[in-house]
Design a protein around this ligand. Structure first.
Ligand SMILES: *[C@@H]1O[C@H](CO)[C@@H](O)[C@H](O)[C@H]1NC(C)=O
Length: 344
């Protein structure tokens, strides 16, 4: 029974893009729905700029955050948040509207690795694994590609779940309103770099510095900002990836796609609902997200330095903290034979 509910919640989430596409076809293809629902919706769709304007919190409702489905979603992965350190609150935890003091801190969380679909990171955004209880007084928006917000109805699903666009403009607006953000610096590129059969955790991070720059900009605007790395043990194991052999048809196809349209799609599979051998459901692997120590941006000693020096300095500290939480926890979570490997 419980397993069934867990399956339903994960299945709902991974099929949401498909379900909302079907909804759109009905909504726009049927004259009755078109007049009653779709046209008013279309007007809203065209006017509403919340995903890119730092306004996602307008869509955050406690009843949605606390829906039982999110609890079952997290239970599927035995998903847990583990903190290394208490994070200072941004908002007064007794009265969620009020700021904690005159100069509260805001966070940029970085989630690693991306895995195939960063499924576990979704557990952070609603209250399924108690983010709000673990980090009281911190409001957070999980960030995803802007294109996702162009899809009718899917965008509302994301907005209700606290997701917004990973654009620079949106992030700066959110931080201005003291809303913390969580992003996945490795992006889709990292999902292509998964080394499933080997022992490497390939991370695309060396040249991904945009989030550090944004933290520095926000600090220069007079707001305290900290970077917090998250390492998610288990995220990479949720799907198996088919590694194409050199010279095989699949490898050639992937190379062709990469050269001609600029990206390629990993071939992956998971389990079925009733069988463990094949399907698109993720494996029931245990996932633990370890949060590192916050790295607060302090520019006091950098008045004379070039922007590049400052960015590299904090980017380096961030990577060190990420490696530290990985190395200190890997034995506990069955990663003793694995190493982090930075790729381009
Ligand atoms: C509120 O902010 C102060 C620093 O300004 C900090 O020391 C304190 O721990 C914060 N409160 C909570 C509950 O985190």
């Amino acid at each position: 029974m419980i397993r069934g509910l867990e399956n339903v919640s994960v299945l709902t989430h991974i099929s949401m893009l498909f379900l909302t596409t079907i909804m759109s076809i009905f909504a726009f293809g049927n004259p009755f729905f078109l007049l009653t629902i779709s046209l008013p919706y279309l007007i809203f769709y065209m006017i509403d700029r919340s995903p890119g304007n730092g306004e996602v919190m307008r869509f955050r409702f406690n009843w949605w955050k606390n829906l039982p489905i999110w609890k079952y979603y997290c239970r599927y992965f035995q998903l847990k948040i583990e903190k290394t350190k208490h994070l200072e609150s941004t908002f007064d935890s007794t009265n969620s509207g009020k700021l904690n003091g005159s100069n509260p801190i805001t966070y940029i969380f970085g989630y690693h690795p991306h895995g195939i679909a960063a499924l576990a990171s979704f557990g952070l955004t609603n209250n399924g694994c108690d983010f709000d209880t673990k980090f009281p007084g911190i409001k957070m928006s999980l960030l995803t590609l802007t294109n996702n917000f162009q899809l009718p109805f899917y965008r509302e699903y994301l907005l209700l779940s606290g997701l917004s666009s990973v654009s620079k403009k949106n992030i700066l607006k959110l931080l201005e309103n003291y809303i913390s953000v969580c992003l996945v610096p490795g992006g889709a590129k990292e999902s292509l770099a998964i080394d499933f059969s080997g022992n490497k955790i390939n991370l695309v991070l060396k040249n991904r510095k945009g989030f550090v720059k944004i933290a520095i900009t926000n600090t220069k605007n007079g707001r305290r900002t900290a970077l917090v790395p998250i390492f998610s043990f288990g995220e990479n194991e949720l799907y198996k990836v088919v590694k194409a052999k050199e010279g095989s048809f699949l490898k050639n196809l992937q190379l062709w796609l990469k050269n001609n349209i600029g990206f390629t799609i990993p071939i992956f599979f998971g389990r079925g609902i009733w069988n463990a051998d094949f399907g698109l459901m993720p494996y029931r692997e245990k996932v633990t997200m370890v949060f590192g120590n916050p790295i607060e941006i302090n520019l006091d000693n950098f008045e004379e330095s070039s922007e590049e020096t400052v960015v590299n300095h904090f980017h380096h500290l961030y990577i060190e903290e990420l490696l530290k939480i990985f190395n200190e926890n890997k034995d506990k979570y069955g990663y003793q034979n694995k190493v982090i490997n930075f790729v381009d």
